[in-house]
Design a protein around this ligand. Structure first.
Ligand SMILES: [Fe+2]
Length: 280
């Protein structure tokens, strides 16, 4: 797979070691000890350091494209606001609900949305999700609560756009509010490219968009998957309606707590990632 990366990753100084690469996807029968549906795929292990070539083609030092993935730090003042909520002390959903029902929480959301609005294209409405609270030590952590299964690598469909419009769907910023690092697992090509690689008839709207990935993973099991580590009070931005991905909080001992906003988050080409860190 010696091609340029369709999806680039934008890091801040000193975070290059946050990336790892897996040698593709493997079909599994269970995830985290719970049986899953047929045709469920997760990254193969082990996760390895990227070589110089992989770094050069994956990491963007220049212009940020809308569908690229970014790792950012929250500004110090916003970290302080979250610290005051004592979210990291939550040990169950009741603790989370107590915080979410408080007026202090509403104020926190307002301040966070104000911060994010500077990077939101076209005044697109920013949608705030509920806090996510999950168990520690989950290798692949997206869970379909209606069906009671972990779903493995997948595409989000909050927006539900047609495959040809998904490159313009809202992307997401997901802030790690827990005690320990968590991970974004992702491919560096879009669902449209996957469809082309398997000659999928993408004009047929009857096709289930998730079946594209399942066919892709069966045909190209060695296509690499990447992992980005997100430390507490850092966030990733990713077009999760356009890129096959999953989350992980493997090897953690504390609950996974994170907060997602959907918008059209984009960083202008002249903005250094360092500027982001010092914005107040
Ligand atoms: Fe997802």
């Amino acid at each position: 797979m010696k091609t340029n990366s369709e999806i680039k990753v934008r890091l801040f100084t000193g975070s290059i070691d946050r990336l790892r690469i897996s040698n593709g996807a493997i079909k599994v029968l269970e995830i985290n000890g719970i049986p899953c549906h047929e045709e469920t795929f997760v990254p193969k292990e082990p996760w390895e350091r990227l070589n110089k070539f992989d770094c050069q083609r994956l990491i963007s030092l220049k212009k940020h494209n809308y569908n690229d993935i970014s790792l950012i730090k929250l500004p110090r003042n916003l970290i302080k606001v979250f610290e005051d909520l004592k979210l990291k002390n939550c040990i169950n959903n009741n603790d989370i609900h107590y915080i979410q029902d408080s007026s202090k929480w509403q104020e926190t959301i307002k301040k966070t949305v104000k911060f994010l609005s500077r990077f939101n294209l076209n005044n697109t409405e920013i949608i705030t999700h509920k806090l996510y609270f999950g168990q520690p030590n989950l290798k692949n952590n997206t869970f379909n609560s209606h069906e009671g299964v972990f779903i493995g690598m997948h595409l989000d469909s909050w927006e539900g756009e047609h495959i040809f419009s998904r490159n313009r769907s809202r992307n997401r910023i997901c802030i790690n509010l827990g005690n320990e690092p968590r991970f974004l697992l992702f491919y560096n090509i879009s669902i449209v490219s996957m469809a082309k690689m398997i000659d999928f008839q993408i004009n047929d709207e009857k096709n289930d968009i998730n079946s594209i990935y399942k066919k892709f993973a069966s045909k190209f099991p060695d296509f690499p998957i990447y992992r980005l580590e997100i430390s507490p009070y850092e966030a990733y931005i990713a077009s999760t309606e356009f890129i096959i991905h999953d989350g992980s909080n493997w090897s953690s001992t504390f609950p996974d707590i994170n907060l997602t906003f959907r918008g059209q988050f984009y960083f202008k080409k002249c903005m250094s990632i360092l500027n982001l860190v010092i914005i107040k």
